[in-house]
Design a protein. Sequence first.
Lengths: 192, 221
Amino acid sequence: MLISVKDLVVARGGRTLLTGICFGLDREQALHVAGSNGSGKTSLLESLCGLRAPEHGSVEGLESADVFHWIGHKNALNPALTVVENLRFWCRVNNASEDRIENALDRLQLRAQQHRACRELSVGQRRRAALARLLAVRRPLWLLDEPLSGLDAGGVDLFIEMLKAHLALGGAAIITSHQNLPPLNGMRRLQL
Amino acid sequence: MSALKAVFMRELQLAARSRADWAQPVFFYILVSLLFPLGVAPNSTALPLFVPAILWMGALLAALLGLERVFRSDFEDGTLEQLFLAPVPVSFLVLGKLLAAWLVLGLPLALLSPLLGLLLGLSMHAAGVVMLGLLLGTLSLFFLGGFSSALLVGLPRAGVLLPVLVLPLVSPILIFGAGAARAAMSGSSAEAPLYFLAAIAVFCICLIPLATATALRNAFE
């Protein structure tokens, strides 16, 4: 079991959003967390990765930082640096080799934009650059908060391909999205 | 260690891209120091008494201009949250960031101060003591200021609050720094206040990154 969540209670600003969340996720499995705006999808993911302390309950499997990736609403790209410079920085901070950056840029079709400053990119291109981090630094579990926001149809297809390949390699993913994701092997749905 | 270096090098890279950011405090310092004598009567004998205070207050205020931005852009673009999830202690990364910020924004002020001191009529020896004092003093100031700006990073219009938080904290630095300069001007030994400044700097470098990391965590919790 990569991650096991027991009886999690999530609160934000003194208001309890979610109670009794229990699930486990194994390799080659994905969980689609669905729900309307304000239902606590983002807070749940932040509690899982440790950015927000849960009110109650336990999360097992994510104690070590090099087990998982978290991508939130913000892309964590410095606007003054180029796409490649941003990716290199994240590889270095995470003690990962920089060999996979080129491959990641190829897979997200960002080769032509790699030497442009991130502030010059479109919203969708920035999202792709943020997702490229998943491929540049390999980790078994992905926690993705609305990864499809801003992506065009081609971008969504690229992301689904990435996700399939990740699961096939023994990875797992928890994805929040209010859009429908195409059915995949090993994908479950959690409605909040 | 490689993560600390990565953070440090990124700050230098960003500074090289936006020259206005580090040129602004330098010009502010020059202007404040050179405008001050215009407010004093010509050939007044009172001016030399105020020179240490002018040089020190000018440097403190100029440094504050840059300090507000130290963590803000990382907070806004989401970098800060990712740094908290990196497999290295955040206080380490904060150390890299603050050292780089000092190198880009604080060191130029210290190096400029003897020149301004000579223009305002300090002796060679006293100008050297001012520079030495500011080298140590700006280092402490950037760590104290970094901590304060970390406390304020989530708030709108924090630029107004920052001086109110930082300036009381730096009063010991000002007292010892200007004291060293006065001692050098009167011909007595400036060693004791400089040692105090060095001790404060070491204290700040060792402990403040820990406090800053905790303050930053507050910003998104």
